[in-house]
Design a protein around this ligand. Structure first.
Ligand code: ADP
Ligand code: MG
Length: 146
């Protein structure tokens, strides 16, 4: 596990940019799956914004709280889609079945980032990257990467 401290939303976005660039280099021939944990306001969506910037996504990123999932077509990497999920409103992984979640997680062309991933632990492949964000104080966050 690696621990980081960020002292502003900008630092969290920058960290996300650095980390996704590192993950892209792993070349696992599997989907990149990032499980984001942390309370409301921890900075999960802020982290996704940095990731989206590194992937050259132009659309404005926000939590897909009501739609559960948002896909972004990727141009800048060998991956084809970024899927951004927000599981805040769901009970468990069965609520994602209708979205074809298994196919999404199994497609090596996808990058999948999941807010509130602790709710859907059961369906996460073993090789997923876990990122836990803790609120320390107003502008400080502890970010643990597993
Ligand atoms: P979540 O998606 O986890 O609910 P958001 O990213 O939507 O959280 O919100 C995080 C809030 O915390 C934002 O208002 C952001 O400006 C604020 N914030 C303050 N410091 C930080 C930091 N170091 N990293 C991320 N967000 C921070
Ligand atoms: Mg969010």
């Amino acid at each position: 596990m690696i621990k980081y401290i960020t002292k502003s939303p900008t630092e969290t976005r920058k960290l996300a940019e650095v980390l996704i660039k590192k993950f892209l280099k792993y070349n696992t021939e599997k989907a990149i799956i990032i499980a984001l944990e942390g309370e409301l306001g921890a900075g999960k969506t802020t982290f996704v914004k940095g990731l989206a910037k590194a992937l050259k996504i132009k659309a404005k990123v926000k939590s897909p709280t009501f739609t559960l999932i948002k896909s972004h077509k990727l141009q800048a990497t060998s991956y084809k889609f970024l899927y951004h999920l927000d599981c805040y409103r769901i009970k468990d992984h069965r609520d994602l079945t209708i979205l074809g979640i298994k196919e999404i997680l199994n497609d090596p062309k996808n990058i999948v980032i999941i807010e509130w991933s602790d709710r859907v632990k059961k369906i996460l492949p073993k090789n997923h990257i876990k990122i836990h964000i803790d609120h320390i104080n107003k502008n400080t966050r502890k970010i643990c990467v597993n």
